[in-house]
Design a protein. Structure first.
Length: 381
C-alpha cells in the first residue's frame, strides 16, 4: 500500500503578515501565500493518479493552514463537481499546527509500518524551512510562539530525525522500504543555540535497507520561490515531473517514473525554465525505485529550428509521429519559427520542403526530454 502525509503551512500564527517587516527574533520570516495551496494540489494529483502509483493508494493525511490569498482558490477546487477532489471521502482537515501534525504523523507511520516491505510512503511539506548547523528544519504553523519554550520549538530536523525515524525499528520491522520525501521550502542558514523538537524519539535501527530519496526545493543556504496565491515553483515542477518525468520504457514497454528519473526531470525542468534549481536528490539511502507507472510515453517539449536562417522563409515543415496519431504542419509563411511543439516522446518523421535554393529534408528522429532542440539543417542545391 502507499500512504501519504502532506503538510502546507502559509498562515503562521506568530509571524508578521507579508505587508509588515520581519523581525530578528523570528529570523525575519513572514507569512506565506502559496504553501497550503501547493499541498492541496499534490493531494489532488495523488487522488487522480491513485491507479498508476507503484502501490495501491491506501491513505492520504493532509494538514493545511492556508492564507487569505489561497482560500478562494482552494474553495473553488473543493466545490468543483468534476474535479479529482470529489473522489476523496469528506473529512475535516486540521490546521498545520504541531499537535495535529504529531497525531497525523504518528498514524501515518503506523500505516506505513503495517503495510509491507514493498510498500510506499510519500511525504510532502511546503512552508518555511531553515538550516541550522548543517541540518534542515521544517516549521509548523505555531512555530515562533512567544514564551513557547524556545525559538525553534515546533520545528523538526528533516533528515536526522524525521526520515531517520521512519526506519525499520523494533516496533516496525516490516515498514514500507520505498520512501519518498519532498521539502518545498527555503534552506536559509540561521545561527541559534536553541534546539528543535523531535517527531520521533527512536531513530536508530540495526540495519537500514530502505530507499529514501529526499527532494529539496532549494540548495543549502538558498530560497525556494513562489508567487503569492499560486502554487510554488517547486510544486509546479513536481507536478509536471510526476506526470512526465520518465527516462524511457522498460523492456516490456512500461514507462516508470522512478527516484532517479524524477531527479533528472526536476533538474532539467528548473534549468530549462531558468528558475535556478532544486537541490539534487539526497537521502539516507539512495536507490532507483519506482513511484508510479505511466500507461504510455510522456509528453515532451522540443523546438524545431531551420538552418541556415536564410532558408526559414519559404520552407514548410511537417512532423509525423510514427508510434501513434500526431501530425503538425508549419506552412512556409508561418511567423512562429522556431517551432515549439509538445507531443509524446517517440520516433518522428520530420520533412522540410524549401522553395529556395536548398535541398529537401526528410529524416527520422527519436525525440525525448533529452532532445529539446531539433535542428533542421538544409543543404544548398
Amino acid at each position: 500500500m502507499a500512504h501519504a502525509l502532506l503538510v502546507g503551512v502559509s498562515e503562521y500564527l506568530y509571524l508578521p503578515p507579508v505587508t509588515q517587516p520581519g523581525n530578528a527574533r523570528t529570523f525575519n520570516l513572514r507569512r506565506l501565500g502559496s504553501s497550503a495551496l501547493s499541498a492541496w494540489e499534490i493531494c489532488r494529483w495523488l487522488v487522480a493518479h491513485a491507479d498508476s502509483l507503484a502501490c495501491k493508494l491506501g491513505t492520504i493525511r493532509i494538514l493545511m493552514s492556508p492564507s487569505e490569498a489561497e482560500l478562494p482558490v482552494i474553495k473553488a477546487i473543493a466545490q468543483d463537481p468534476d474535479g479529482a477532489w470529489k473522489n476523496l471521502l469528506p473529512t475535516q482537515i486540521d490546521p498545520a499546527l504541531w499537535d495535529p501534525f504529531m497525531t497525523e504523523a504518528t498514524e501515518w507511520r503506523k500505516d506505513c509500518a503495517t503495510s509491507n516491505r514493498d510498500g510506499l510512503s510519500f511525504f510532502y511539506y511546503s512552508g518555511h524551512g531553515l538550516r541550522r548547523s548543517g541540518n534542515d528544519l521544517v516549521t509548523l504553523a505555531d512555530f515562533a510562539k512567544p514564551m513557547g519554550g524556545g525559538k525553534l520549538k515546533r520545528t523538526f530536523e528533516l533528515l536526522s530525525n524525521f526520515v531517520a525515524g521512519m526506519g525499520p525499528l523494533a516496533d516496525s520491522p516490516d515498514i514500507a522500504r520505498n520512501q519518498f520525501y519532498f521539502a518545498d521550502c527555503c534552506r536559509e542558514n540561521i545561527l541559534d543555540i536553541s534546539y528543535p523538537d523531535e517527531v520521533w524519539e527512536d531513530t536508530l535501527c540495526d540495519y537500514d535497507d530502505r530507499t529514501t530519496p529526499v527532494f529539496m526545493a532549494a540548495y543549502p543556504g538558498d530560497r525556494a520561490m513562489a508567487i503569492r496565491g499560486q502554487t510554488t515553483d517547486f510544486c509546479n515542477a513536481l507536478l509536471e515531473c510526476l506526470e512526465n518525468g520518465t527516462d524511457g520504457p522498460t523492456a516490456d514497454d512500461k514507462w516508470p517514473i522512478t527516484s532517479f528519473s524524477l531527479s533528472n526531470a526536476l533538474d532539467y525542468y528548473f534549468k530549462s525554465a531558468g528558475l535556478g534549481g532544486a537541490s539534487p536528490c539526497t537521502g539516507i539511502n539512495l536507490g532507483n525505485v519506482p513511484l508510479r507507472w505511466r500507461a504510455g510515453p510522456p509528453e515532451v517539449d522540443y523546438t524545431l529550428m531551420i538552418q541556415p536562417p536564410a532558408a526559414v522563409e519559404g520552407t514548410s515543415v511537417t512532423v509525423n509521429y510514427l508510434d501513434g496519431v500526431f501530425e503538425r504542419q508549419f506552412p512556409a509563411t508561418s511567423p512562429d519559427h522556431p517551432y515549439k511543439i509538445r507531443s509524446p516522446a517517440g520516433v518522428y518523421k520530420i520533412t522540410a520542403t524549401p522553395t529556395g535554393p536548398f535541398q529537401s529534408y526528410n529524416k527520422t528522429k527519436n525525440i525525448s526530454r533529452l532532445t529539446p532542440q531539433i535542428p533542421i539543417q538544409l543543404g544548398s542545391v
